[in-house]
Design a binder for this molecule. Sequence first.
Ligand code: KMT
Ligand code: NI
Length: 179
Amino acid sequence: AMEAWYMDDSEEDQREPHRLVPNQPVSPDRLRELGVFHWKLNADIYETDPELELIRKEQGYSYMDIISIHKDTLANYEEKLKMFFEEHLHLDDEIRYILDGQAYFDVRDKEERWIRIAMTKGDLITLPAGIYHRFTLDRTNYTKAMRLFVGEPVWKAYNRPADDFDIRQNTTCGALFLL
Ligand code: KMT
Ligand code: NI
C-alpha cells in the first residue's frame, strides 16, 4: 500500500523522507477525509490497461500526457522542481499516475501539518481542488508520471497564500468562523 506520514520540520534536503521519530503514519482513511484518493495499478501495461481505462471513463479524465522528471529530460529542471515544491493550490483536482521511479506529494492536513505521501510505480493519486500541496523528487532524482485532467488542462498554480478563492471558503471551519 501507498505509505504516508507526518513530516518533521527540519531544514535538511527536501528529497529526504523527513519522518518523525518515532514515525507517525497517516492511513488511507485519513487521506480520504482530506479528499485525497488513491488507486494501485499495473504501470507496466498503462498503454492498454482496462483498469486505467475504467477509472478514466468513470472520473471523466479525458486528457492525459506524460512528464519525465529528470535533469536530462525536463527543460528548466531546477526551476520547475523549485516551483513544484512551493506550497500552492489549483482550482481543479491534481491527478497523477506514477509510471516509473518515485516521488513525494506533501499535503496539508486540517491542522496545517504536512503529510508526506510516498508515490511509487503504479500509484495513481488525486488531490482535491483547493488543497495546499507541493511535490518533490526523492533521493533517486527521477520519476515519470501521467498527468490526467477532466477536459482541457489548466496547470495554473496559486502559491500560498491563496485563500480568497471560493474553493477555500466553503468549509465547515470557514462557515463557523463567519457565524
Ligand atoms: C504540481 O502541480 O504540483 C505538479 O504538477 C507536480 C509535478 S507533476 C508529477
Ligand atoms: Ni500542484
